[in-house]
Design a protein around this ligand. Structure first.
Ligand code: LRH
Ligand code: MN
Length: 391
């Protein structure tokens, strides 16, 4: 594709290559320590989560896979895979969970106790076995590991134990499988986190090998962080494996991506495109990682993927050759103006035309709301226990 502003046909070809993975846990109940609100029709098992996720792909055309979280989605994985494929989607990233077991209070793969560390490693080997059944490529590892008080533990020793544990997990991957390490600067640990930033994640995965990459969760940075700079650098280093998209006003709020700062999402997608991280030839996975604490979950997920699509379309419209010329010339205001021109471009008519060409409704959210699906699941899903984080 020429680096000048794409034609409509070129833009549509680019939009055809968008695929955003949905988190199974976004369809269950989540909340805060203050309250986890339920809602009628909330799924009670992974099969109902998959059924709801399939609705998002059916109306938007850009959400063909669902990430699972283990053990929250523990079930007959072959049957779940069949159920997903019967509903036109597939199972995606397998997320491990070493943050809800009493043994992991002071750490999991970083713990100084050999038994506890081996237990955490074995959980990841179980996840790799599950990937064989679900046909998943990525094992995503986010660690709550850290400490709350200075001196509580030897942060150097923990780093060395982390490296050793990750190498034992990495050695069990096969085929095209990848280990994706996610960083987060704090919470639930409040003094230090063992994988707090992109630099630490990069150092750890670089030591493992080429099938070890980094996950960038947009809610996991200190306020004021230039996230698109990190995107640029990880792409430049060939270590950007995936995104966990969400937005926030303060901390890890896990709100709808693009809701708090659509301009930031635009800047991130521009660096993804500029760095070769978008499209059919890219290995970068795009996933949502959100919690719909008070809003309806399925429309919330739809709004989220549509926000990413809209900012991707605007970023694709940047006239990169004119931008390069202005940058070379040191024309600060013109360069900024060229980027802002794309951001201020109303892409909604173009995206509606793209949907028409794919037999998708002009307004996916209202079409879904008019389908009666929410009423049906509220009526059908009575009894049982609504799915949640089980914290
Ligand atoms: C941690 C995190 C991680 C998931 C969890 C649901 O904050 O972003 O990606 O395991 O949320
Ligand atoms: Mn995440």
């Amino acid at each position: 594709m020429s680096v000048s502003a794409p034609s409509k046909a070129e833009l549509f070809t680019q939009l055809d290559q968008q695929a955003i993975e949905l988190p199974s846990w976004a369809f269950g109940n989540s909340g805060t320590r203050f309250r986890v609100f339920g809602s009628p029709g909330t799924p009670r098992d992974p099969f109902e989560k998959i059924s709801d996720a399939a609705q998002v792909h059916r109306y938007t055309g850009i959400a063909p896979s669902v990430a699972l979280h283990i053990p929250w989605d523990k079930c007959d994985y072959q049957a779940l895979r069949n159920h997903a494929e019967d509903n036109g989607i597939r199972l995606g990233t397998i997320n491990s969970n070493t943050f809800q077991d009493e043994d992991y209070k002071l750490g999991s793969v970083t713990h100084s106790d050999d038994r506890i560390r081996q237990k955490a490693i074995d959980h990841h080997l179980d996840c790799i076995e599950i990937m064989g059944q679900t046909g998943s490529r990525d094992l995503k590892i986010w660690l709550a590991d850290g400490s709350n008080y200075p001196g509580q533990d030897d942060i150097r020793g923990r780093q060395d134990r982390l490296a050793d544990s990750l190498s034992k997990i990495y050695s069990q991957l096969s085929g095209n499988q990848r280990l994706v390490l996610e960083y987060k600067f704090f919470e639930p640990a409040f003094y230090h986190t063992d994988v707090p930033d992109w630099g630490t994640a990069y150092a750890q995965v670089a030591a493992l090998g080429e099938r070890a990459v980094v996950c960038l969760d947009t809610g996991h940075h200190a306020p004021g962080t230039n996230i698109e700079f990190i995107v640029m650098q990880l792409l430049r280093l060939g270590k950007l494996g995936s995104f966990d998209f969400n937005s926030r006003f303060y901390a890890d709020d896990d709100l709808i991506v693009g809701a708090a700062d659509p301009f930031q999402l635009f800047r991130i997608m521009y660096e993804v495109i500029r760095g070769g991280g978008y499209g059919k030839d890219s290995e970068v996975a795009f996933m949502l990682d959100q919690c719909h604490n008070i809003e309806d979950k399925i429309p919330g997920q739809m709004r989220s993927v549509l926000n990413v699509q809209a900012m991707t379309a605007r970023a694709l419209l940047v006239d990169r050759s004119a931008l390069a010329t202005a940058q070379q010339a040191g024309d600060v205001l013109l360069a900024n103006d060229i980027l802002m021109d794309a951001f201020y471009t109303d892409v909604r008519p173009l995206i509606i035309e793209w949907r028409e060409r794919h037999g998708l409704p002009e307004n996916p959210v209202s079409a879904f709301n008019d389908s009666g699906y929410l009423k049906k699941i509220a009526a059908d899903r009575v009894g049982g226990t609504q799915a949640g984080w089980g914290a």
